[in-house]
Design a protein around this ligand. Structure first.
Ligand SMILES: [Zn+2]
Length: 473
């Protein structure tokens, strides 16, 4: 045994990496992985935790959540949202900027960082809003430590104005120079607004009208256009919540051209379809919409072959009353997901639809890599933060909205059977969820990860033709 004393050894589990599974133990010291290997090779530790029969995964990094804080405390806040994450084996989240006020300048960002740091059980990054009105505030958002930017090409909850194509190009030019990645709500706003107006005038207010207002072409067009603008400017972009099989072609083509474009999907696009509309109308409303069943398998395949890089959740909590109104145009879009993503996907592992190494690649390794956090996050290597989900792959469980940690107790997953459940979650070596219970005293343990982010050097293209260049006297 080595003389270096560890704080904790998680012993005798099955350790999962992006390309292998092996029996082993993990020694942790000062919040970081100290050693990985056979138990006999581990240093002495103050505490030994037996993980026999369990799988040890790097905690999931969910790059797409809405914790509604500040602004909507009845829907969620940083305490309830990160508790839900801990129960879901998620050790780091990136929170979207459509809070009140939107995260649009340095002062608002600083205030949000303070709120999150005071309440979070797990680590976090904050997005800055990128749009026509925030082009000027990009430098202060960078200085304040945003993890990346969010640009709303299409309208959704929070009614953030969508920049037109001219403004989007300028946004990309400005973002490209920072090297940070821009996450995109990629839906064409003009098409959706026109269609929604027509549908409303025709008296339609059902769940299917919501889909009719947002046909797949809104996503295909937006992904294609964004890829062209990113290629020309050198901006790094991330296509959020891929919902259609047809978005995969522009995504694949852009990747083949060398555009720095990554993609994400969520469990609801893999496992739900319009077949569920009549079962949970309103509750299933989300932007982009859950679509026809024939989209599921191609998206699933793209996630496994790497065309889609990341599984995230778009965790978007609302109150029951806000999800069950009779007029679809007044229903708040989105539902919680940060607590159920891992069990839902482990169920797919158990069903033989993907391997557990595939799952670790899409839930932890890839998000850490594309956001400049690897190998500090998203890995269980010596020196990595000890962010760990200890899961029982054999545990069967029924999702009950009423029992979840989120303040929102309404989702299309209520009653859904899963097999595979996170039992314990550690963040930087500390248990925050143990035996399916939140660990006391962990509120405020979460830290912003912006300080450890290391993105590659900016790769600006066509700078001489940028708005900045052409308006210089
Ligand atoms: Zn979202």
């Amino acid at each position: 045994m080595s003389a270096t004393k560890a704080d904790l050894v998680v012993a005798n589990g099955r350790i999962v990496t992006p390309d292998s599974v092996f029996e082993g133990s993990i020694a942790i010291k000062d919040g970081k992985v100290l050693a990985v290997g056979d138990l006999e090779a581990m240093p002495l530790a103050a505490e030994l935790f037996d993980a026999a029969g369990m799988h040890i995964l790097p905690g999931a990094i969910d790059d797409h959540v809405h914790f509604r804080d500040p602004g909507y405390p009845h829907k969620e806040d940083w305490e309830s949202g990160t508790a839900a994450a801990a129960f879901g084996g998620v050790t780091c989240v990136f929170d979207m900027p459509n809070t009140i006020p939107p995260t649009a300048n340095g002062e608002i960002l600083a205030a949000k960082h303070a709120i999150a740091a005071s309440k979070a059980h797990i680590d976090f990054g904050l997005y800055g809003l990128l749009g026509d009105n925030t082009i000027a505030t990009v430098p202060e958002l960078i200085a304040g430590g945003v993890i990346g930017f969010k640009l709303y090409m299409g309208n959704t909850f929070g009614k953030i104005p969508s920049p037109d194509t001219g403004a989007t190009l300028e946004c990309f030019e400005v973002a490209a120079a920072t090297g940070k990645r821009v996450s995109l709500h990629a839906e064409n706003n003009d098409i959706m607004e026109r269609r929604q107006k027509r549908l409303m005038a025709a008296g339609r207010k059902d769940q299917w009208a919501h889909l009719a207002a947002r046909p797949s072409v809104v996503a295909i067009e937006a992904v294609s256009r964004a890829a062209i603008l990113a290629e020309w400017t050198g901006a790094r972009i991330h296509v959020l919540h891929i919902s259609t099989a047809e978005e995969l072609r522009p995504l694949r083509e852009a990747k083949a051209r060398g555009v720095d474009i990554t993609g994400e999907t969520c469990p609801h696009y893999l496992l739900l379809s319009t077949d569920d509309y009549n079962r949970v109308p309103g509750i299933i409303a989300v932007n982009p919409p859950v679509r026809e069943k024939q989209n599921q398998q191609p998206i699933f395949d793209a996630l496994i072959d790497g065309t889609i890089d990341v599984i995230a959740t778009d965790h978007a909590p609302h109150a029951y009353e806000e999800k069950t109104r009779n007029d679809i145009w007044t229903v708040d879009c989105g539902f919680p997901g940060v607590e159920t993503q891992m069990p839902l996907m482990l169920t797919q592992v158990n069903a033989g639809r993907m391997s557990i190494t595939d799952y670790v690649r899409m839930s932890a390794y890839n998000p850490a890599r594309i956001w400049g956090l690897y190998p500090r996050k998203g890995a269980l290597l010596p020196g990595s933060d000890a962010d760990i989900a200890i899961v029982d792959l054999g545990r069967e469980h029924t999702i009950r909205d009423a029992e979840t940690q989120s303040r929102s107790k309404v989702s299309p997953w209520d009653g859904y059977r899963v097999k595979g459940l996170p039992i314990h979650t550690l963040v930087r070596g500390r248990f925050v969820m143990k035996d399916r219970k939140l660990v006391g005293g962990t509120k405020g343990w979460g830290r912003s990860v912006h300080a450890i982010q290391d993105m590659p050097e900016p790769a600006v293209m066509n700078a001489e033709h940028s708005m900045h260049a052409i308006t210089r006297p």
